[in-house]
Design a protein around this ligand. Structure first.
Ligand SMILES: *[C@@H]1O[C@H](CO)[C@@H](O)[C@H](O)[C@H]1NC(C)=O
Ligand SMILES: *[C@@H]1O[C@H](CO)[C@@H](O)[C@H](O)[C@H]1NC(C)=O
Ligand SMILES: *[C@@H]1O[C@H](CO)[C@@H](O)[C@H](O)[C@H]1NC(C)=O
Length: 522
């Protein structure tokens, strides 16, 4: 009997730890939506039996109960630095709406590393670095924080990069993925395909500008950061192009279909959970809205309370004349002039609201999480994009026919009413939203299962170097065949010249003969 128990115990422990791995996640970007995606993945890995350590700016309120262990390391300095910066510059996020894409690039490239640097310097992170711990894999979010990738080298683990937006030039460069500028717009611009000549020109200039800016300013800065904070830290150039895998928070139903090298894996929609029961007051509000509900939220970074009063008033006037009910994520206690059909709440369970059949329209900033969730549940959108990838997402929704875009600067009572009426009255928006939702759901396995499979794949295959494309080992002039094209141009030039020379010499000879004949005749 004792033996049987021992055998069972051994079996239990080995089945738990035979395949369980130690995984480090680094999601220090100061945006809640970024954390939300990162923690969803890390919690699912812990739930699958792995021992997870998560470095982030937020952390869980309650430690999640999972099969494996889940340890939070919370870096509070990042958020503190941002709040400090916002206070100093009196920064209202809505002011970033019309930022020039070149300036946005400099803003992101210059500010983000400054915000993220405290991650490596954080006391607990330093303790982890100086401990003897190692990991089986390190997952780092791609967000202007390339220096953090050196943690993979330090902990002797393969590196997985996660992109919380679709593919872009940061990702393409590090895995050698082709991203032709002729039809793939940079993440900062909102071009849709086909691009006009001027758009392709701007797109190309922006790419060259961003690459140059990153290699001359951002990367040296990150390299110094590594050397300063990680003992015997590797060179950035050795870690930057060494990612085993990239998990992409995208899917061809949401984004433009683009080429992927074999170690880029789409997991868009992995964070969406089956809808849960709503709190009672919301359930009643949504059930009782016989003319339908418009859900309005500007996401977690933008506060709708920061809307200037004149914009807010036009929005309120437009809402007050609708027969539909409006559910508004509003972060203050009161809203001056709140109409009867508007319900306010500081926090709303967005996914569960979008799942309710009475929700007819989602007015959103067009952030990637919101766009994904709306596609998941097939709800049309009216997008008011402000910065980052929001304009691109909004444009994609419009091109796919399940939404309209209302630029922030153009919000007036009339325009808002007109856009809302158009979406509610014209059934094509709802139909397209349903169709795209079907494309989104039609997959072999769920996106979360895909993500877990590939993380474990990288662990099983010790970094899976067989997925790496040879493009990464080529200097740029070989990759773009500049040497071959140069050679061909040179050869054509030589052949042309020789032909020209021969023709000229032959012509001269013939002419001279004729001349001498003529002379002789005289
Ligand atoms: C790490 O290991 C070394 C030798 O193996 C040991 O001297 C040192 O105390 C260990 N450090 C910690 C923090 O455990
Ligand atoms: C690059 O990745 C491989 C495979 O994961 C690993 O063996 C190697 O140590 C990594 N190099 C650096 C500099 O991190
Ligand atoms: C709604 O659509 C119908 C036709 O489908 C049209 O007659 C009506 O004027 C539209 N109403 C509004 C408010 O746009």
């Amino acid at each position: 009997m004792k033996n049987v128990v021992t055998v069972i115990l051994i079996l239990l422990t080995t089945t738990h730890c035979g395949s369980c791995a130690k995984i480090l996640g680094v999601f220090s970007a100061p945006g809640r939506s970024h954390y939300f995606l990162g923690s969803a993945l890390m919690k699912a890995l812990a739930e699958n039996g792995h021992d997870v350590t998560m470095i982030s700016s937020f952390g869980e309120k309650k430690p999640p109960k999972t099969k494996g262990t889940y340890r939070d390391i919370v870096v509070t300095e990042v958020l503190e630095n941002i709040q400090e910066m916002q206070k100093q510059q009196k920064m209202n996020m809505f002011d970033r709406e019309n930022m020039n894409p070149f300036i946005s690039t400099v803003f992101l490239g210059y500010m983000m590393p400054k915000i993220l640097e405290p991650t490596l310097q954080n006391k607990e992170v330093q303790e982890l670095i100086h401990s003897n711990e190692t990991f089986d894999v390190v997952i780092v979010e791609q967000f202007m924080n390339d220096g953090e990738k050196a943690l993979a080298t330090h902990f002797k683990a393969p590196l997985i990069v996660m992109s919380t937006v679709g593919t872009n030039f940061w990702i393409n460069t590090i895995v050698g993925n082709p991203g032709p500028l002729s039809y793939i717009p940079m993440v900062m611009v909102e071009y849709s395909v086909p691009m006009t000549f001027c758009e392709r020109l701007t797109n190309t200039l922006l790419y060259v500008f961003a690459q140059t800016f990153f290699s001359l300013v951002v990367h040296p800065n990150q390299n110094a950061n590594i050397k300063k904070n990680i003992p015997n830290g590797p060179d950035l150039s050795d870690v930057l192009y060494n990612a085993s895998l990239v998990l992409m928070n995208s899917h061809p139903s949401l984004n433009q279909p683009v080429p992927y090298v074999p170690n880029m894996i789409d997991i868009g929609g992995f964070h969406v959970k089956p809808s849960k029961k709503l709190p009672q007051d919301l359930q009643e509000f949504l059930d009782n809205a016989k003319d339908g509900v418009i859900y309005f939220s500007m996401g977690s970074n933008l506060k709708s309370a920061d809307f200037p009063p004149e914009k807010r008033d036009s929005i309120l006037r437009a809402f007050s004349k609708l027969k539909e009910q409006v559910l508004w994520k509003w972060e203050e206690d009161v809203l001056p002039g709140q109409p009867k059909n508007v319900k306010l709440s500081k926090w709303l369970p967005q996914q569960d609201i979008l799942a309710h059949p009475n929700v007819k329209l989602f007015i959103t900033h067009g952030g990637f999480l919101s766009t994904t969730e709306t596609v998941y549940y097939g709800v049309p959108i009216l997008a008011i994009p402000i910065f980052g990838d929001q304009k691109l997402n909004a444009r994609t929704a419009m091109n796919n026919g399940f939404g309209l875009v209302l630029p922030y600067s153009e919000i007036t009572e009339e325009k808002l009413t007109q856009s809302i009426k158009e979406i509610l009255n014209n059934s094509k928006y709802k139909e397209n939203a349903k169709k795209i939702s079907e494309n989104f759901h039609d997959r072999q396995v769920s996106p979360m299962e895909t993500a877990i499979y590939w993380v474990e794949y990288v662990i099983r295959h010790k970094g899976a170097p067989h997925l790496r494309v040879a493009a990464l080992d080529l200097p740029w002039y070989q990759y773009y065949l500049v040497d071959v094209i140069g050679f061909l141009v040179l050869v054509s030039a030589v052949i042309s010249y020789i032909s020209y020379y021969l023709v000229r010499t032959v012509c001269k000879k013939i002419c001279n003969k004729r001349k001498s004949k003529k002379l002789k005749k005289k």
